[in-house]
Each structure stands twice: as structure tokens, then as C-alpha cells.
Ligand binder design. Structure first.
Ligand code: SF4
Ligand code: SF4
Ligand code: SF4
Length: 341
């Protein structure tokens, strides 16, 4: 049997971008192949569930788990991979914080099914058929995983050793992490403390961004197609939403460098529990509608008018962090209780 460390990668509720991101490390992928034995990686080779089940517990040295927990199958695989892996890494924003799949926590499972299977203009479903967990057919019982009402992050169903943020993580960060892990496994090198966020910085994206900030106040927010940003100047100060002030650095401020506001994919800064709330506070500091000499109701109306120019605030401020946020999901039952199912 090979003595190389064993590497696994698995996707749950994901778009596939995280799997592709591993290829972005370029020819270092050959080094990964030299260093590690790939023992479970269904995206690139024909590994089966029973292969994984047959491994002894803790057989896999490191498992990169991407995607959120959307279904019972996602949760079962998370639990199985946790048992089979010494080190489990929440790889990418979906595993880390729910990310795009968790935006459906703004609605309900029923509403999602209605849109996907009945109301979408491209759907032809005259018999109103939707997925069932169990379906009797002449040949026997067919089963599907159950679809949860609430999308969870990986650490909301199993213990996670490390978090590698990004949508997807950037190649240099991925390689840096793989190098550290390989060094620890092969040479008994140091591993970061358990629970660390690895492959990312500790300051905000703004600190990595070379666009000039003039501390301007703004009275209107624009969507990217509505204005041509002035080159070299902070996008937020030009009225383009940029979540850089509330987002962990590590990507090199990639998006602002090409005229797109940061979307927040590296997640919140250390000590920030709720990335969306942190961003709202940053927005509040740049909105300028008057001063304390004005009547409170006038100021309030002006602030509301500015905030109304932000399209989809919850989707904008919680695009990557909904499952980990204080909101976690919107109330779906209308009884005033935060739903955590
Ligand atoms: S983190 Fe981004 S790239 Fe990775 S699976 Fe989620 S949506 Fe796709
Ligand atoms: S708000 Fe955005 S554009 Fe402005 S400095 Fe920060 S990261 Fe750069
Ligand atoms: S600038 Fe923001 S959204 Fe873009 S890659 Fe960096 S952290 Fe992610």
C-alpha cells in the first residue's frame, strides 16, 4: 500500500467552481499528484460511496469539502467524510458559510420548488410533478435525498478543522494550504491551530485595494451597469456597492481592480459575527444626507431614499454569509421566532 498522504475532495451543494479551482494551481497539480494519493474525488475519477465506506475511520489524511449542506445526502456525506478524515477543510465559501445556496434561506423550500418545478417560464410540467423522497414504481421503491428547508454550512453539521474561504479560493491560497498540510503530514511540520481560517489575510479587502479613498459622502447607489466608474478611485465612494470594508483580504482585491465591487466572498473579518451587519455599518458611514440640525423625520426620509437605491440589500450584504449570519434564515412561519430547522 502507498505511504503517500491521502487526499480527498468532495462536493455537496456546489456549482463545481471549487473543484475547477484546484486545476487553477496550474502545473503544481502534478506536484499534488506526486505528494498525495487521491483516494476519493468523484468529480475527476470514478470513486463510489461504497469505496469510501470501506475505508477505515481516519484513513484519509485531508479532505477538502466544498459546497453547502442542502440535502440529507449532503449531510450524510459530510458525516461520513468527517469520520473517514483526519483533517476536514471547509473549502470555499459554500462550505464555509453557506454562500450562494444559502441565499435560499431568504425563502422556503416550498417557494423554491414552486419556482423551479412549476412557475419558471421554461418549465413544461403539466402534471405538476415535483421530486418526492419516496416513489413506488413497479420495480420497487425509488428514493431521493430530502431537500432541507434551511441550507447549512459544513460546520453546522460536523466539526471542521480548517476553513479556506473564497468563491472559489484563489490558486496561491490553495497551493499555500496544500503545501502546509503536505509538510505537516510528511515532515511533521506545524499545522495551524484547529479552527483557523487558512489561505487568507486578517485585514479587510480595502487594505489590499490600491484605489484612492477620499472619504466622500454619497447620496445614491448605482448598479454596475448604470455608471462608468472613474478609474483609480474607490468604487464605494462612487456609489457602487463594494463589500471590501467588511471582507477578509487574501485575494489581492481582485474585483475592485477591474471595476467590480467586492462581493464579500472571503467572508467576515476576525471578530465580526455578521458580515452583512458590518457592511451596513460601513455603508452608514459613507451616506451623506444632512446633519443634526435637520428634523429627525426629514433625515430619516432622506436616509431611506438613499437606502432604497440599493437593489436586493439582503442578497447583496449576505451573498456569501447567510448561513453563518445572525439572521441565518428569514422567518418562514410568521410567528416571530427565528427558524433554525
Ligand atoms: S464557493 Fe463559489 S465556486 Fe465554490 S462551490 Fe460555492 S459557489 Fe461554487
Ligand atoms: S471600498 Fe472597495 S473599492 Fe473602496 S477601497 Fe475598499 S475595496 Fe477598494
Ligand atoms: S474582491 Fe471580494 S469578491 Fe472579489 S475575490 Fe476578493 S474577496 Fe472575493
Amino acid at each position: 500500500m502507498s505511504e503517500k498522504p491521502k487526499l480527498a475532495m468532495y462536493w455537496a451543494a456546489s456549482c463545481g467552481g471549487c473543484e475547477i479551482s484546484v486545476l487553477n494551481i496550474g502545473d503544481k497539480i502534478l506536484t499534488v499528484d506526486e505528494i498525495f494519493d487521491l483516494v476519493f474525488f468523484p468529480c475527476i475519477a470514478d470513486f463510489k460511496h461504497h469505496d469510501l465506506e470501506a475505508y477505515p475511520d481516519a484513513y484519509i489524511d485531508v479532505c477538502l469539502f466544498n459546497g453547502a449542506i442542502r440535502t440529507s445526502e449532503n449531510e450524510d456525506m459530510a458525516k461520513l467524510l468527517r469520520r473517514k478524515s483526519k483533517v476536514l477543510v471547509a473549502y470555499g465559501s459554500c462550505a464555509y458559510e453557506g454562500s450562494i445556496p444559502a441565499l435560499s434561506n431568504l425563502t422556503t423550500k416550498e417557494a423554491t420548488f414552486n419556482t423551479v418545478y412549476f412557475e419558471n417560464l421554461s418549465i413544461d410540467n403539466p402534471d405538476q410533478i415535483s421530486p418526492q423522497v419516496e416513489t413506488e414504481v413497479p420495480e420497487g421503491l425509488l428514493t431521493l435525498p430530502s431537500f432541507y428547508n434551511t441550507v447549512k454550512s459544513l460546520d453546522q453539521v460536523v466539526d471542521v478543522d480548517y476553513y479556506l474561504p473564497g468563491c472559489p479560493p484563489e490558486p496561491e491560497q490553495i497551493w499555500a494550504v496544500l503545501e502546509v498540510v503536505a509538510n505537516a503530514l510528511i515532515n511533521d511540520g506545524p499545522l495551524p491551530p484547529a479552527g483557523s481560517i487558512i489561505g487568507a489575510g486578517t485585514v479587510a479587502v480595502c487594505e489590499e485595494c490600491n484605489l484612492e479613498k477620499n472619504v466622500k459622502s454619497i447620496t445614491h447607489f448605482y448598479r454596475p451597469y448604470e455608471i462608468q466608474p472613474e478609474p483609480g478611485l474607490c468604487l464605494l465612494e462612487q456609489g457602487l456597492i463594494c463589500v471590501g470594508p467588511a471582507t477578509r483580504a487574501g485575494c489581492g482585491a481582485l474585483c475592485p481592480q477591474v471595476g467590480m465591487g467586492c462581493r464579500g466572498c472571503y467572508g467576515p473579518l476576525d471578530g465580526v459575527e455578521d458580515q452583512g451587519a458590518k457592511m451596513l455599518s460601513a455603508i452608514a458611514s459613507v451616506v451623506g444626507v444632512g446633519d443634526s440640525t435637520q428634523e429627525e423625520h426629514e433625515l430619516e426620509a432622506k436616509i431611506n431614499a438613499v437606502m432604497d437605491t440599493i437593489a436586493d440589500p439582503s442578497g447583496t450584504f449576505y451573498r456569501f454569509s447567510m448561513a453563518h449570519s445572525l439572521l441565518r434564515r428569514v422567518r418562514a412561519n410568521g410567528n416571530g421566532k427565528k427558524e433554525v430547522s
